[in-house]
Write a protein that binds this ligand. Structure first.
Ligand code: ADP
Ligand code: MG
Length: 723
């Protein structure tokens, strides 16, 4: 592999040209999204080890975590009485004489190093006598052996022959960055590569932050910040370092949030300039809305529909997020907006994350729109190809006003005569990317995105910053908070009795299982098997239905419909009922193996009940040996029905990546910023970015920044083009 001469190396150089990388490592790096030298330099350490102070072995205190520099005497793989393997080394301070001490088991300055089951250390001949090695770990007494000091499973760095620990060593005598390993590449290898990159690019790293912003906020320049974030200076505060609050780290986090928030603001600015449809609200539309509404909207529903309609009347395309907890009544609001578009002669596409939910929405709308003359239809995979072709023809000819479906609706071969409004019931299953694909099609339609998972503030400021937000913060009248209980396995029978009691009163119950098929090693009670068991042995007097993802969509629809009509009294299901299903007379949600579900998922499942006037219950049957995180989730759920609080908790337990599902988040590429830890820096950077963007368009700093961001945005943030 040719190695680039330093002069032509830059942050955008393909990483395979960096000295020491090559194609194999480049491929490993690519799996982590590291493709350029710049990407590598932004692969920041997740923690640091203070190896500035090397403690003489004699000065070690048990319980202390310390660094020693020692010379290997001897050692190897041993077997304990129980048959386990231990790799056991003895070593002495590197300053001690090199010959074996008279007593092989104990000598001043001697320490034992142990690893359990570390056959690989023997096999790979990692250690040799005479080597000088740097160990870092917790010190304790070897209580069973010699009474020596020992470190169990220490971190180590072997000093290359002849190298003395000095200021230039990357491993010794400094605060050392620890990276998450990438494939087989250890932290040590990555450290060397980053060092190489920094050395080769020294003085050639320019700064993306506008100089005036940097100076005003007293931020370190990028080159120094990168260097110090990887290789901190000796006088660094270890506490700040651990909290990601050294000037170098703060500067990089600021940079990241500045770029993200500025990019989203630019995108939004562009959207507000685009020319969309200015809908008009006529008397006739008002009348049809009144005829359609089966109940009085809540004050919150009235407020958000006003916000939405105001947007629709404006000529800029609407991009609005409609946020409201499960059961808060978002759908009816979206249907009112649909009537406005249809009344103006436009078509509406209503998309849901699953076919079950699309079908539900369709049936709900069909019911409500009965007094009106709208032409509604549903596009699902269940329809035959000739039906689909006919449906597409009618859509293109403008013979359908309101079409329901999944994301298949935005596939390229579906054409609309006059698409005016797109409603996306997101439930976090649509990605940011898809959103923009949609908006870019033809004359921009208005877009309304509904979400049941409340967006924590940090995410609202980033991921959703290019959307206006409407919030329904009030439940429809007469709703009672759902009673949630954690039920130990041992009390399952009582829980099932409780279900029997409710169903006898004419109410419906869901029983949800985590998986469809039997998992051999796990004690799961899969839906199919349990459906049979429950029908035969537990609830022989009731009619049960079974719903899972493997059913064909007509079968799913049929089961859902019977449950809705009350013909099926107990619906046994996998988590496919999670989203949107609306059966007001269902009052019990019993979740088996609740410890296996995520918090957001549990909240969604619980939202399937409590949709009518009757008191509803959520019973979380959970195994006894659950993890701490599972316990935390269940307790959070039992304590509150407030979706916003649950979302914040979830974000804290899982971190932002998983909260949204990585790729989908579009924020997977946040490299150093952390939406939980760095909320303060996010808000600061966002303020600065917005102020900076106020400058006149002729401002040279602004121009330079914007053109750079446009160039880097797609690679850096994986989102669609800005500005
Ligand atoms: P979401 O989509 O927000 O989860 P839905 O739109 O499915 O909630 O509404 C949940 C249930 O509440 C539906 O049965 C709906 O008809 C009913 N509903 C919505 N708004 C009201 C209201 N203002 N008064 C009474 N019932 C309502
Ligand atoms: Mg809904």
């Amino acid at each position: 592999m040719p190695v680039m001469p330093a002069a032509s190396l830059s942050l955008t150089t393909d990483i395979k040209y960096l000295k020491g990388v090559g194609p194999a490592r480049a491929q490993l790096f690519a799996s982590r999204g590291i493709r350029t030298v710049g990407d590598l330099l932004y692969y920041t350490p997740f923690r640091y080890e203070d190896r500035q102070r090397i403690t003489p072995v004699r000065a070690l205190i048990p319980g202390q975590t310390a660094t020693v520099l020692v010379k290997i005497l001897s050692g190897g793989l041993m077997r304990t009485r129980t048959g386990a393997y231990i790799y056991d080394l003895s070593a002495v301070d590197a300053s001690a004489p090199a010959h074996e001490p008279p007593d092989k088991h104990w000598a001043p300055g001697m320490i034992r190093l142990k690893w359990f089951n570390a056959v690989y250390l023997e096999k790979n001949k990692v250690f040799r006598p005479g080597q000088r090695v740097f160990f870092y770990g917790k010190v304790d007494y070897d209580r069973f052996g010699s009474g020596n000091l020992q470190m169990v499973q220490p971190q180590f760095e072997i000093l290359p022959d002849g190298e003395t620990p000095n200021g230039h060593s990357l491993e010794v005598g400094r605060v050392v960055p620890i990276y998450e390993s990438v494939g087989k590449m250890s932290a040590r290898v990555i450290r060397r590569l980053i060092w190489t990159g920094l050395e080769l690019l020294d003085g050639q790293i320019d700064d993306p932050l506008p100089p005036s912003v940097r100076h005003r906020n007293r931020l370190l320049d990028r080159s120094a910040a990168l260097r110090q974030a990887h290789f901190p200076q000796p006088d660094v505060s270890l506490e700040d370092l651990a909290n990601f609050r050294t000037p170098a780290q703060v500067r990089l986090i600021f940079e990241e949030f500045f770029n993200v928030t500025a990019g989203l603001a630019l995108k939004r600015r562009q959207a507000t300039r685009a020319h969309g449809i200015a809908f008009r609200v006529t008397e006739e539309i008002r009348r049809s809305v009144k005829r359609m509404l089966p109940f009085h909207p809540t004050a919150a529903q009235k407020r958000v529909i006003r916000e939405i309609v105001t947007d629709m009347q404006a000529s800029r395309p609407m991009a609005r997020l409609l946020q409201g907890d499960v059961g808060s009544g978002k759908t009816i609001v979206a249907l009112q907006a649909a009537l406005v578009a249809i009344g103006n002669g436009y078509q509406v596409a209503f998309m849901a994350p699953t076919e079950i939910l699309a079908t539900q929405h369709y049936l709900y709308a069909k019911q409500l729109f009965k007094p009106l003359t709208c032409r509604l239809d549903l596009l699902t995979s269940a329809r035959s190809s000739s039906e689909k072709a006919e449906l597409k023809r009618r859509l293109a000819a403008g013979e359908i006003d309101l079409i329901f479906g999944t994301h298949a609706l935005i596939e390229s071969d579906v054409a609309f005569a006059q698409l005016g409004l797109v409603v996306v019931d997101e439930q976090h299953r649509f990605g940011v990317m898809q959103r923009y694909e949609l908006i870019r099609k033809g004359q921009p339609p208005d877009v309304l995105i509904m979400t049941a998972t409340p967006i924590p503030r940090t995410l609202a400021l980033t991921l959703y910053a290019d959307l206006d937000v409407s919030v329904i913060d009030e439940a429809p009248p007469g709703r009672r908070p759902i009673i949630t209980r954690i039920i130990p396995e041992a009390e399952r029978a009582q829980a099932l009795e409780f279900v029997r009691g409710r169903v006898r009163r004419g109410e419906g119950a869901y029983i949800v299982y985590p998986l469809v098929e039997e998992a051999e090693t796990l004690d799961l009670r899969p839906a199919v098997r349990m459906y049979e068991h429950l029908s035969r042995n537990v609830f022989p007097e009731f009619r049960l239905g079974l719903l899972h993802g493997r059913l064909r969509s007509q079968e799913k629809e049929a089961v859902m419909e019977s449950f809705k009509r009350g013909e099926v009294q107990v619906l046994v299901s996998t988590s496919v009922v999670e989203v949107g299903v609306d059966v007001p007379h269902a009052t019990v949600m019993l979740i088996e193996h609740a410890e296996r579900f995520g918090l957001a998922q549990l909240h969604q499942l619980r939202g399937r009940v409590g949709r009518g006037q009757a008191q509803s219950y959520c019973l979380l049957v959970a195994g006894d040996n659950r993890t701490e995180a599972a316990e935390e989730r269940l307790r959070a759920l039992a304590e509150t029905t407030d979706g916003f609080r649950l979302a914040e908790t979830d974000l804290k337990i899982r971190g932002p990546g998983e909260f949204f599902g990585t790729r989908q988040a579009g924020m997977a590429s946040l490299r150093i910023g952390n939406l939980v830890r760095d909320q303060d820096i996010l808000e600061w950077a966002r303020r600065e970015a917005h102020e900076f963007l106020q400058r006149p368009e002729s401002d040279p700093e602004l121009q330079a920044f914007v053109s750079r961001l446009q160039r880097e945005w797609p690679h850096r943030y994986g989102l669609a083009q800005v500005g």
